[in-house]
Design a protein around this ligand. Structure first.
Ligand code: AMP
Length: 354
């Protein structure tokens, strides 16, 4: 893990008046670049040549760094290029997936927005569980072996692959049959109780500068084919066996019933407190708790994303919640840039970058 001192040293050579906000061209890059532009920063995108069109089209990047492969971001040449532009990189879901959390922790010496130590917690389901349970959050039961399966479970594979390859099983036999059909690496699976309810994904932002956890927005994932299956009447589906899959294809906006908000705030705030104990200074900036709400209005979280999630892309112009708090169009991307701006004004930038 690169030390904070190392990053501080890099930033000490930066021209802060020319600070550039950069990210990898994918996931929520457009929102991040727009937010940075709206806050008056220069912007930079690292992308492959087949993607430049998108970023050129929207005109949100002042600089383009073209790579053959995302992992080239780790090369000395590209990193030095970013340092020349005084870049702070904003990690997002694809950023972590493509570059790899270990590579980011150990090899990427360009300053990153947020605490690098969170990557090690986010990339392990067991560590996620430890964090969420310490925060008093209900989690679906985990089964250590297929023999223990005594209810409907979801079998998951590592990485943020958008639900690809997951399957459901009700017992060991069904588990084994379905595991056989899984293509690719199938050694590392997690067997998790399937919670039946509605999806609620609150997007939070922890601000070290304002010392508060903000509720930015919420979304529901739109998943194929499970969301399509609900459109076929039972009598037509009868006898026609289709296994549900949970591949994310989009995001749908959501507001929660207002009486759920106290719980939603409590969950986010507790996660921040626990993260500050487990890996000081804790989580910085955006995060999301992936929750299911059962009919008794209990919220269960089955995952945490400790960075900007793609569901925030719905709210380039802000969400009902961010509008209430900020009274201006405040996306999560813009909120990141605003935090950097506030920190610069108070000479506290080093509390945000690691
Ligand atoms: P994930 O990759 O963990 O975000 O899961 C992908 C999708 O699978 C989610 O968006 C949910 O629709 C569904 N899902 C994941 N875990 C559970 C669970 N424990 N119970 C019910 N549905 C789940």
């Amino acid at each position: 893990m690169l030390s904070h001192e190392r990053i501080v040293k890099v930033v000490s050579k930066y021209n802060l008046a020319e600070l550039t906000i950069g990210t990898l061209g994918s996931h929520s890059a457009l929102q991040i670049l727009k937010g940075a532009r709206d806050e008056g920063f220069r912007t930079l995108v690292v992308c492959r040549s087949d993607q430049t069109h998108v970023y050129q089209h929207f005109g949100l990047a002042d600089e383009f760094v073209i790579v053959d492969n995302y992992k080239d971001l780790l090369s000395h040449e590209i990193q030095e290029q970013l340092l020349e532009h005084n870049v702070i990189l904003i990690p997002h879901g694809s950023f972590v997936e493509y570059i790899g959390s270990e590579n980011i922790s150990n090899k990427l010496y360009v300053p990153l927005f947020g605490n690098r130590r969170v990557l090690e917690w986010e990339s392990s389901r067991d560590k996620q569980r430890e964090l969420l349970e310490m925060a008093g959050i209900k989690m679906p039961k985990k089964f250590d072996t297929p023999e223990e399966i005594d209810r409907l479970v979801m079998v998951k594979f590592p990485g943020a692959k958008g639900g690809k390859g997951y399957f459901l099983a009700k017992n060991k036999r069904e588990f084994e049959q379905k595991l056989k059909k899984v293509k690719g690496e199938k050694k590392y699976y997690t067997i998790q109780e399937y919670v039946i309810g509605t999806l609620i994904y609150p997007h939070y932002f922890y601000s070290p500068i304002l010392s508060r956890t903000e509720l930015m927005s919420m979304d529901i994932r739109y998943e194929s084919n499970i969301d399509g299956l609900t459109r076929i009447p039972e009598r037509i589906l009868k006898g026609y066996l289709v296994d549900p899959s949970y591949v994310v294809t989009g995001n749908i906006p959501l507001v929660a019933r207002e009486s759920l908000l106290p719980k939603i705030f409590e969950m986010g705030e507790n996660v921040i407190k626990v993260s500050q104990k487990l890996f000081p200074p804790g989580m910085v900036g955006p995060f999301c708790l992936e929750c299911i709400c059962t009919p008794d209005l209990e919220l269960w979280a089955f995952e945490i994303s400790a960075r900007i999630v793609a569901g925030t892309n719905l709210y380039v112009q802000g969400s009902p919640y961010s509008q209430l708090l900020w009274n201006e169009p405040m996306s999560t991307g813009r909120r990141i840039a605003r935090e950097i701006k506030l920190a610069l004004e108070k000479n506290r930038l080093l509390e945000l970058i690691y």
